[in-house]
Structures are given as C-alpha cells and as structure tokens.
Design a protein around this ligand. Structure first.
Ligand code: NDP
Length: 479
C-alpha cells in the first residue's frame, strides 16, 4: 500500500520522491510506504490552504456543520475498513479500534459540526459611556496539526475537526509510524464535499515534515500532541514567531485507591486504565498507590487479573494486549523493566517479550506490574508509555498526595473513594488537568482537556478548542 500526501483534494507523491517504509507491528514486516515529505511539500500544502482560506472562512456555519457531520457519517459507514487499517498500522486490538478509536474519530467530527453552530461570543454595553463592545471570533488562517501514533485517527481528528469547523484551513501531519487512517481520511473528506485545500495531510518524519510545519512563518497556530521533549522544542521554534500553541504532552498519572472504594469496580477499571492500548495512552494510570489496609489483597487480585490478560495478534477478537507500536518503542519499554530491576524494584508479573506463533517478529510484551519501594525511582517518575505499571502502598491522604504530585507531569489523576470530603479536597489539590473519581477515561467532549506542568499548555475539547482555533477581536462602538 503506497500512501500519498493529500493536498488540495488530490493525492500526490512527495516532490523529491523520497519514501519511508511502513511497518506492521503485529509481524514486524514492511507492508507499505509513505512519503518522506520535506519543506517543499509543506509549502505546496500551505499554498493550497492559503488559497482555500478566503472561501472557507466565509462559508456559512450551516454548510461547515453539514460537511463535518457528513464526514462523521462516512467514517461510521466505513468502520470496519478503518478499524482494520488502524489495528494493522498501530498493533492495537481490532476490538479496541472498532469500539473506541474509529467511533471516537467520527464523534469528533459530529461534535464539532454541532458545536460550531452553538459557538457564541460576548457583548458588553458600557453603560454611561454610550458604547457597546462585542467580540468577534475570527478564524486564524492556516494552522498546523501534529499528532502522535498511540490513538492515530482519534487524536488526529480531535484537532482537525475544531480547526476546520472554526473556519481555518489545515496542514496536518500524523505520526510517521501510523499514517494509514489519516491517508484514508482524505478520500472520506472528498466524498463528504470538503472543498479542496481546506484540509491538507502531509506525511513524513517529525524532524523534517513536522519541523517544516512548525517553522513556517505563515502557519499561525500549532496544535500538537506528543512527547514533552518534542513539545519543548516546538515551543522554542514557535516563540519568536508568536504562534498560538496548544501542547498536549506526556503524563505519569497517579491512580490513587482508598480502602473505602467499590473494590470490584476499581479492580476491573484499574486493569483497563493500566493496560488499555498496551498502556500506550497518555491518560493511563501508570503509578498505582493503594491504601495500606487493602494493599496485600489488591496486589494478589490485580496480579491474578493481569496474568489472565491475553497477549495476542491484534486481529483476534479475544486479544487484550496487542503489539507495541514499533521495535524501537518495544526496546525502550524493555529498558525500563531492566532499570526497575537495577533499582531493586520487584517485577510481580510480566516483563518478558512474547513470541506469537506465525508472527515471531511482532513487538509483543507481557503486561508488567512492578512493586516499588520508593516513589522517586526512575520507573515511578519517567513516562514509559507501555504495558508497565508500578504499585506502592500509602498510609495517609497527605502522604499519597505528596507522592502523586511529586512528578514533573500533570495530565490526569484517578481517585477511588466513596468519601465526599476526601474527593473534594484531593481533587482540588491534585496537580492535574483532569481528575477522574471512581471511573477512568470517561470522556464528555464538551469538557476541557489538557495538562499542567510538563504535560503541556492550553486546553482542547468543547468551546476551548474553538477558542484556540479563533482570534478574539473586540469591537467598541460609541453611539
Ligand atoms: P513525539 O513527540 O515523538 O511525536 C508526536 C508527533 O510529533 C509525531 O507526528 C512526530 O512525528 C512529530 N514530531 C517529532 N519531532 C517533531 C519536530 N521536531 N517538529 C514537529 N513535529 C515533530 O511523540 P510520540 O509520537 O512518540 O507519542 C507519544 C507521546 O505522546 C507520549 O509522550 C504521550 O504521553 C504523548 N501523548 C500525549 C497526549 C495528551 O493528550 N497529552 C495524548 C497522546 C499521547 P514522527 O512520529 O513522524 O516522528
């Protein structure tokens, strides 16, 4: 399968005809190629977007909304095809792609197709001054959207949908590791009647294609999801040009379990929040803190459940843990398991590569639970982003709060308790952009989404995303 750039509504080879191999994580084989685009391709995409902008920014909200909702319907109609492509490209179980990733991508378009028709601005009458102020929310122009490999279409569309709903034209780059569903999206956009040049998808490496997008002087806003180091680099490049930035970065999220929680619900959800998508979700609760009183019981029950998870080929419907996204990522995660052992932590289960008959070169790893004695050890502080969690007991609310906040990240936190005062008090004090209480990853697309500290700046979701993708202009009229 040869993937092409989607520019001005058409599919193009990269100008310099350079290509990158695309690997299937389930068997480690090359199964296609994608463009290794450079700044000439980005410039071509920019010109298409710039040309389309005057027309698109003046297209009525009803028409924009109709097209976005049509894209959503077409994604739903092509669910099986997109889910198979996502699973093959990323290694995630097909059941997950079908139940979560692709439906969520469709929801992103439907949600922002509706939200844009409800997006209102303020007006203020300056009483006594005989003046009225109102706020225009104007599209920015050409914007860049860069997304990672873990939830490829889900996160790609989480940016694109609000950007185009708000009247911008987009240059988007999916991760070079998982380009497939972004490629297929181009066809869907054409079928839905999205005008040429409104969305342009340029494939390639972060350091060339991505770099050309962030360094382009006339791309006025960048919405980025990815690693913290890349986010810091983007901030440096963008700052002198005063680009608007939304950075959704890494996490090392605490999952705090009190003895008064609903135990069975907590246990099942904690298995999911630890290992869904092979632990490759920025929101996974990778540091589990358990109140002393139930620590031994939890340890035994959790390990039993984790050992029962089936590591298997992503296309098999009973697979719980598919393949990791790439060989390089598998090696990184394995290195962390070695570091844990060096730090005298105890691997309670997992820790080994898995060989699957017929797919011996795939990137499979057992789900791994590590008991740590010291919350400051590296596996408890650094983002591993794989099927690895740490567990550790705590005695008091104050002690666990201190440990939970003592990392550089601040994306999400999960709290399991039935105590209302504790819920309120801890939710206030946890350093995170999102706190889930007695649940995990329950998402309402109207809510603000994002992190604090090294987990990023800015918020996505709901009207926050539409605010990001527009400039506010105050108009003051004296009468
Ligand atoms: P990276 O930061 O490596 O890459 C993210 C995207 O940025 C990719 O498309 C990548 O391209 C591109 N990129 C890399 N270098 C540059 C550059 N110099 N200029 C512009 N673009 C560049 O992250 P990963 O893909 O490895 O994703 C995993 C990370 O994403 C984890 O840290 C995870 O926590 C975070 N994440 C955060 C989320 C959040 O909402 N906060 C959600 C999901 C993930 P390429 O892949 O082609 O190199």
């Amino acid at each position: 399968m040869t993937i092409k750039n989607y520019i001005n509504g058409e599919f193009h080879n990269p100008i310099k005809n350079n290509w990158i191999d695309n690997y299937c994580p389930a068997n480690g084989e090359v199964y296609g190629q994608l463009p290794n685009s450079d700044k000439t391709d980005v410039e071509k995409a920019y010109n298409a977007a710039k040309t389309a902008f005057p027309m698109w920014s003046q297209t009525s909200l009803e028409e924009r909304s109709r097209i976005l909702i049509k894209i959503s319907e077409l994604l739903e109609a092509n669910l099986q095809r997109f889910a198979e492509a996502e699973s093959k490209d990323n290694g995630k179980p097909i059941s997950l792609a079908k139940a979560v990733d692709i439906p969520r991508a469709a929801s992103n378009f439907r949600f922002f197709g509706n939200a844009i028709t409800q997006f209102a601005s303020e007006s203020h009458e300056s009483i006594g001054l005989k003046a009225i102020n109102y706020t225009l929310r104007q599209p920015i122009g050409v914007v860049g959207c860069i997304s990672p490999w873990n939830l490829p279409l889900y996160l790609f569309t989480w940016k694109i949908a609000p950007a185009i709903a708000a009247g911008n034209c987009v240059i988007a780059k999916p991760s070079e590791v998982t380009p497939m569903t972004a490629y297929l999206l181009g066809e869907i956009c054409n079928e839905a009647g999205l005008p040429k040049g409104v969305l342009n998808i340029v494939h390639g490496l972060g350091t060339t294609t991505g770099q050309a997008i962030i360094a382009h002087e006339d791309i006025k806003a960048i919405s980025f999801t990815g690693g913290t180091a890349t986010g810091a680099h983007i901030a440096k490049v963008a700052a002198p040009m005063f680009k608007k930035l939304s950075l959704e970065l890494g996490g090392k999220n605490p999952n705090i379990i009190f003895a008064d929680c609903d135990y069975e619900d907590m246990l099942d959800t904690t298995v999911r929040s630890s290992f869904a998508n092979q632990g490759q979700i920025c929101l996974c609760g990778s540091r589990i803190f358990i109140e002393d009183a139930i620590y031994d019981r939890f340890k035994k029950d959790f390990v039993t459940k984790v050992k029962a998870l089936k590591v298997g080929h992503p296309s098999e419907h009973d697979t719980n843990i598919g393949a990791l996204v790439s060989k390089a990522h598998l090696e990184k995660v394995k290195d962390y398991i070695a570091i844990a052992k060096e730090e005298h932590a105890m691997v309670l289960c997992g820790g080994n590569e898995v060989t699957i008959k017929g797919y011996e070169n795939g990137y499979y790893l057992e789900p791994t639970v590590i008991e740590v004695k010291n919350d400051e050890c590296r596996v408890n502080q650094e983002e591993i982003f794989g099927p690895v969690v740490t567990i550790m007991p705590f005695k008091t609310e104050e002690a666990v709060l201190e440990m939970a906040n003592k990392v550089k990240y601040g994306l999400s936190a999960t709290l399991w308790t039935n105590d209302l005062k504790r819920t309120m008090s801890m939710s206030n004090q946890l350093q995170a952009g999102i706190v889930w209480v007695n649940t995990w990853m329950l998402r309402d697309l109207r809510t603000p989404f994002g992190g604090v500290k090294a987990s990023g700046i800015g918020r996505e979701g709901g009207f926050e995303a539409l605010r990001f993708f527009t400039e506010a202009k105050n108009v003051c009229i004296k009468y």
